[in-house]
Write a protein that binds this ligand. Structure first.
Ligand code: BT5
Length: 317
């Protein structure tokens, strides 16, 4: 089906106007099938108009032309396939359904806008049009205790891809925030399904503020690439760079090369050597962040000795 749609797109691009009949004959499909594919393309943001007695004309590509992106991908693990939607409640929830139906590792679900975007602990994630909101399905060769290593690799990949395409230097705040000058530009939501000794699948939700507006209440703590660069950011290069960076860093996960992940993460970390407060439900603990455990936990130096923190929300003191 997707191949047909790509073929139709190619024909539309090669011709100023092309009739439904010509498309149907070239691809050996019915005119109704052509019409159905055109409708799907229109829903995906391709502006295609029907000119009476002449045919179809492609007038504008969507901001993120997934079909083209998919064709350009030269990745080993990530982005095959990419499923895109104008809006979804949450890309993580949608992908979880696909994961349970055995969709392949590397599947991406992306939405232009989420109506019920989630952070950790069911906190809401603002996801209007203009940002990059997507989720990634992974099946890493790790026990669940090591899931944090995967999140770390993903954070590194995002930080590096954004730097490569925009020149913006970013830092990672344990466990899952990507910051520009202490303001949050990206959040990562990791959810997993696992047996005792093996992860069955991981859904990694990635939310990046690109060109989207930020609600007033988030402005003191959040920023967007557009705000930093004072101009609209083109998505396609950024998304392509993100996917190939995710592919590279997931490669280290697959090879179980945790040393490079931990060392690179530490070099990009905003948290190490800071005085921090970690809140996990009703428990609060303060100390100095000193490092990362083999499994990605935070090593905290407290007045009662060194502690290892597996999860929690962190704030700087
Ligand atoms: C996160 O949670 O940072 C993970 C966010 C993951 C979002 C992605 S988008 C694609 C995928 N589908 C989903 O439904 N989710 C994922 P957490 O650390 O709990 O941070 C949540 C907090 O960040 C909120 O309570 C707000 O204070 C703040 N926040 C909400 N929206 C934000 C935004 N767009 N930019 C920066 N901060 C935001």
């Amino acid at each position: 089906m997707e191949k047909r749609r790509n073929d139709i797109l190619q024909l539309l691009k090669q011709n100023k106007v092309i009739s439904g009949e010509t498309i149907a004959n070239s691809l050996h499909i019915s005119r109704t099938a052509v019409w159905k594919h055109i409708q799907i393309l229109q829903k995906k943001g391709y502006k295609i108009t029907a000119i009476r007695q002449k045919g179809y004309q492609l007038q504008r590509l969507p901001d993120l032309p997934i079909e083209e992106i998919q064709q350009q991908l030269k990745t080993t693990y990530i982005g095959k396939p990419i499923r895109s939607f104008p809006d979804l409640p949450s890309t993580n929830d949608y992908l979880k359904h696909l994961a349970k139906k055995d969709h392949p590792e590397g599947t991406i679900v992306i939405a232009e806008r989420q109506t019920m975007g989630r952070g950790r602990r069911q906190r809401s994630w603002s996801s209007p049009k203009g940002g990059l909101w997507f989720s990634l399905l992974l099946r890493p060769p790790f026990p669940p205790q090591k899931a944090m290593i995967v999140t770390m690799a993903v954070s590194i990949a995002i930080t590096k891809a954004i730097h490569a395409t925009t020149g913006i230097p970013l830092k990672i705040k344990w466990p899952n925030d990507i910051l520009y000058k202490e303001k949050k530009i990206c959040g990562v939501l990791t959810e997993l399904s696992a047996e005792m000794d093996q992860i069955t699948f991981m859904i990694i939700g990635i939310g990046i503020n690109v060109n989207n507006p930020l609600p007033l209440d988030l402005q003191p703590t959040a920023t967007s690439l557009r705000q930093i660069c004072s101009k609209k950011i083109p998505y396609t290069d950024l998304f392509l760079s993100l996917i190939s960076s995710l592919d590279e860093w997931y490669g280290y996960v697959k090879q179980q090369d945790e040393t490079i992940i931990r060392e690179t993460w530490l070099s990009l970390s905003d948290t190490i050597d800071k005085n921090v407060k970690i809140t996990d439900g009703s428990s609060i603990i303060t100390g100095v962040a000193r490092g990362i455990t083999e499994q990605g936990g935070l090593i905290l130096e407290t007045t009662e000795g060194t502690k290892q923190i597996v999860t929690g929300d962190i704030s700087y003191l």
